[in-house]
Design a protein around this ligand. Sequence first.
Ligand code: CA
Length: 226
Amino acid sequence: MKILVVEDEHKTGDYLRQGLAESGFLTELASNGVDGLHQALTGDFDLLVLDVMLPGLNGWQVLERLRQGGKQMPVLFLTARDQIEDRVKGLELGADDYLVKPFAFSELLARVRTLLRRGKSSIEPTVLRAADLELDLLRRRVTRAGSRIDLTAKEFALLELLLRRQGEVLPRSMIASQVWDMNFDSDTNVIDVAIRRLRAKVDDAFTPRLIRTARGMGYVLEVPGA
Ligand code: CA
């Protein structure tokens, strides 16, 4: 699942981005309201973490325009302790939850998971499947043939991407930008190594094999014959 963090304090923004990425979410960061709104309108995000006091457009304005633009993804507001009225205003405008700074990361993560569960319940499946491989987006769990498989955060994000785009050949450059948040063509070895590790966990001991190399192009996850 993909989360956009809009936060102008670099320290907080980096901290949130890193923490969410380590928890297995694809995460992007915007450092002002204008960029944040643009990214939220054009990107495919499942949730926004939105600071209230932002340069450019403030958090309420971003939320208002987002809803006007037809985007209904859940929004978690971040407010300072002395902005109690902001919370009321944010909730009236359609924010889904708020968190008062400073907060513990575990608290933010719990809110994020609750909002994603609520936001997704009737719209999209929260379990991705291929043959007997299952990836549970909310519980962050992967099983194959019913056995639990432990993946790193990057492996989880990589498998999620492959499962979401099942049957499509994904170029290494695309995988690099989506999973590693990097635009590189030079060191695609990182991806090959990660795929090899992922295969060792989810494919090598099972039939059928699901992750296929499309020589010279990239990788594809598909159920043979499906
Ligand atoms: Ca701020």
